[in-house]
Design a protein around this ligand. Structure first.
Ligand code: ADP
Ligand code: MG
Length: 249
């Protein structure tokens, strides 16, 4: 599904991501772990096109995408939930999900801006898609409430709903569990498992090794912008390089 080959990106002469090669198979849950500053978020932004790679190639569903703008990669089927993504205040939960959808339906953005008759039909279509996504993440009952009043766990579910509206094949989640505790964390893990059962391919950044071991088919470890381990959780957890770099042992 995704092939990242020898991709690099630096900031001010210092590599954030250096010669990273990574394949993600259809239906796989692949976790990316590593210390703060290892390059995880930068790697995600290179994959989605929010940052340009200086070297290397990225293919998605058999197609070179590394020169494509983010919205074009999104249209091919990738969605990202950014690290520390916020909900829009002063909007309901449903409106928060609908924000990402304007311009993505048949009538499009121009019709919406000009308030053409097609626009109203479009609004209904968008609201219906938003509601389906909210249902999927268990937020149907919250649709009309102000988004900023949601507990943090539900705010994460809301961001997932927004990403799902684009009907992605590949979902990138950058630290979706950060700041979540106990039941919220458990609920998120279940949600990821359900999405995978729906056939989504998931690339996920997460610090909690136990959380990742449970969810991921594979763990890729980044350190100082490079891949230092890549394999099944049981293998990676015991890798001496990983223990040294990541677990500080
Ligand atoms: P992680 O997500 O693993 O914590 P990041 O990808 O955010 O790591 O950052 C990797 C390195 O790149 C860090 O040293 C960070 O300071 C640097 N970096 C990331 N984004 C930028 C940027 N936009 N400008 C300058 N430096 C950046
Ligand atoms: Mg990060």
């Amino acid at each position: 599904m995704l092939a990242v080959q020898g991709v690099s990106r630096s900031f001010g002469g210092v590599y954030a991501v250096r010669d990273v090669t990574l394949d993600v198979a259809d239906g796989e849950v692949c976790a990316v772990i590593g210390p703060n500053g290892a390059g995880k978020s930068t790697l995600f932004n290179l994959i989605t096109g929010h940052l340009a790679a200086e070297r290397g190639a990225i293919s998605f569903l058999g197609r070179r995408v590394d020169r494509l703008a983010p919205h074009r990669r999104a249209r091919l089927g990738m969605s990202i939930v950014f690290q520390a993504a916020r909900v829009f205040r002063g909007m309901t939960v449903r409106e928060n999900v609908m924000v990402g959808l304007h311009g993505s339906t048949s009538a499009g953005f121009v019709a919406a801006a000009l308030r053409l008759p097609r626009h109203r039909r479009d609004e209904r279509e968008i609201a219906a898609r938003a509601d389906a996504a909210l249902e999927r993440v268990g937020l149907a009952d919250w649709a009309d409430r102000p988004a900023d009043r949601l507990p943090i766990g539900q705010q994460r579910a809301l961001q997932l709903a927004r990403a799902l509206c684009a009907r992605p094949r590949l979902l990138l989640l950058d630290e979706p569990a950060s700041g979540l505790r106990g039941q919220e964390r458990e609920r998120l893990a279940e949600l990821v498992e359900e999405l995978r059962a729906d056939g989504l391919t998931i690339l996920l950044v997460e610090h909690d090794v136990a959380f990742v071991t449970r969810l991921a088919d594979r763990i890729v470890v980044l350190d100082l912008g490079r891949v230092i381990a890549d394999g099944p959780p049981a293998e990676v957890r015991n890798d001496p390089l990983v223990l040294a770099a990541y677990l500080g042992q």
